[in-house]
Design a protein around this ligand. Structure first.
Ligand code: BES
Ligand code: MN
Length: 442
């Protein structure tokens, strides 16, 4: 364990935050470290420059007639704020209760490293893996992979594969092997709301001039009706209902609404009427406010009518919806509201198409038997509410389905303070990678 853990600690120490240019050095150092690991284990590794953060591709010697597996992951991480809520500093990995705490531990460094170490150990055992293997590790996942599709498009030849494996999602619970066969898509929007040309005294002008912060709340509130359905015209067009076998399977999972409430610390769950919790987060689209701001945020009160306000929205999409169409509908919804006295600018952010694949395909069966071998239990089949847009690009551009072999536990706190990765999941992930390669080679 300890050599494996040491590697994980090294990886987690890089502050590879992709969204913040102050961390460019952390990103580049981390990229070099990943490249060095591949080279050290005997793969041919190459760094490909992109306009922002680079891509590392590593391969063994490919031979004709063998199946080709592409393993994808990312070395970039989310920002760490709010910093004061971390028990240990986010880039000083600390082990407590069988888990390692650090930014990126679950998302995605621990998970991609499990694949890397699995391959490293398999190569050390016997020089020949018996399959063609390629790794693709990028540094822009957390900012929407702006350069990845173009890279896939222009490097189809070197990335050609039969199937992709990605561990960048979750497990149902500790020790419960999980295969994910669907992800939601995403579409992000930023709304800038401008009112008077300067901040105004809210007593002198309030009641006579429109308040942009209040308008931000009105725009946000316009997205849902009293049943928590999304009110944007045509938003649900094409949305596919989950199949009966899925609903049955989900009911039998050890994920109860009670457990979710306890995990996140709320006394009741909330969402679209007529659907269970799992149906809502896995198979229904949503509209969320990720950020809302404007006006005075400091201590005490300040009677100001702010001159501007901001809304950051994102929409999770399910099979049957496409981000471009949704973004157009969102824009016309906002433009159709009463925006008198304001200048409202709607800006489109990044997006990703939803993904669904056949969990009974021959590759999926191989993944299921590898999971069963390692965990000693038959795996759960789930969808996930999160998004990994590149997975649909693999299908479109490389013609390959993805086996989503998530290793993160429900309490991993990804994107939040005290993000952590369970060390048993790390060990199992390494074993899983070896089993998958061995089964593919057969
Ligand atoms: N690993 C996550 C996605 C995820 C989490 C999938 C849990 C399944 C279960 C990934 O790194 C991520 O956070 N993606 C972003 C989207 C991206 C375009 C910024 C997301 O889902 O918000
Ligand atoms: Mn991730």
């Amino acid at each position: 364990m300890s050599a494996r853990l040491d590697k994980l600690i090294e990886f987690l120490k890089f502050p590879s935050i992709s969204t913040d240019s102050k961390f460019k050095q952390g990103i580049d150092d981390c990229r070099d470290w990943v490249h060095a690991q591949f080279t050290e284990m005997g793969l041919k590794s190459e760094i490909y420059k992109t306009p922002k953060h680079d891509i590392v591709v590593a391969k063994n010697q490919h031979k004709a007639g063998r199946p080709t597996l592409l393993i994808y992951g990312h070395y970039d991480v989310q920002p760490v704020d709010p910093l004061n809520l971390w028990t240990n500093p986010p880039f000083e990995p600390t082990v407590r209760d069988g888990k390692i705490f650090a930014r990126g531990s679950a998302d995605n460094k621990g998970q991609i490293l499990a694949h890397m170490l699995g391959v490293k150990e398999a190569l050390a055992d016997k020089k020949d893996l018996g399959i063609n293997l390629s790794f693709l590790v990028e540094g822009e996942e957390e900012i929407g992979s702006p350069n990845l599709d173009a890279f896939l498009e222009s490097h189809k030849d070197i990335l050609k594969c039969d199937v992709v494996a990605v561990s960048d999602s979750g497990m149902v619970g500790p020790g419960i092997p999980t295969l994910t066969y669907a992800l939601r898509g995403i579409a992000c929007v930023e709304v800038k709301i401008k009112g008077p040309k300067m901040d105004l005294h809210s007593g002198v002008y309030g009641g006579g001039v429109r308040n942009p912060a209040l308008a931000a709340a009105q725009i946000a509130a316009s997205l849902h009706n009293e049943k928590n359905e999304i009110t944007i015209e045509g938003f649900y067009d094409g949305v596919a209902e989950p199949q009966q076998w899925e609903k049955d399977q989900w009911k039998s999972l050890p994920i109860t609404e009670e457990r979710i409430k306890a995990l996140v610390g709320v006394d009741s769950l909330y969402g679209e009427e007529g659907y269970s919790y799992l149906e809502r987060v896995w198979a229904r689209p949503t509209a969320e406010v990720n950020g809302i701001g404007g006006g005075y945020q400091g201590e005490g009160s300040k009677t100001v009518l702010p001159s501007e306000a901001l809304l950051k929205l994102s929409f999770r999409l399910v099979p049957g919806q496409n981000p471009k169409d949704i973004l157009e509908k969102v824009e016309s919804h906002i433009k159709g509201l009463d925006l008198k006295g304001l200048t409202v600018n709607v800006e489109m952010g990044h997006s990703g198409t939803p993904y669904i694949c056949d969990p009974f395909s021959s590759f999926a069966k191989l993944a299921l038997s590898s999971l069963e071998e390692v965990f000693g239990k038959s795996p759960c089949l789930i969808r996930e509410g999160g998004s990994i847009p590149v997975v649909e690009s693999f299908k479109q551009l490389l013609g390959a389905d993805t086996l989503l072999l998530g290793l993160a536990l429900p309490d991993c706190r990804c994107h939040a303070p005290d993000e952590n990765f369970d060390l048993d999941c790390f060990e199992k992930g390494i074993a899983l990678n070896k089993a998958l390669i061995a089964n593919l080679a057969k």
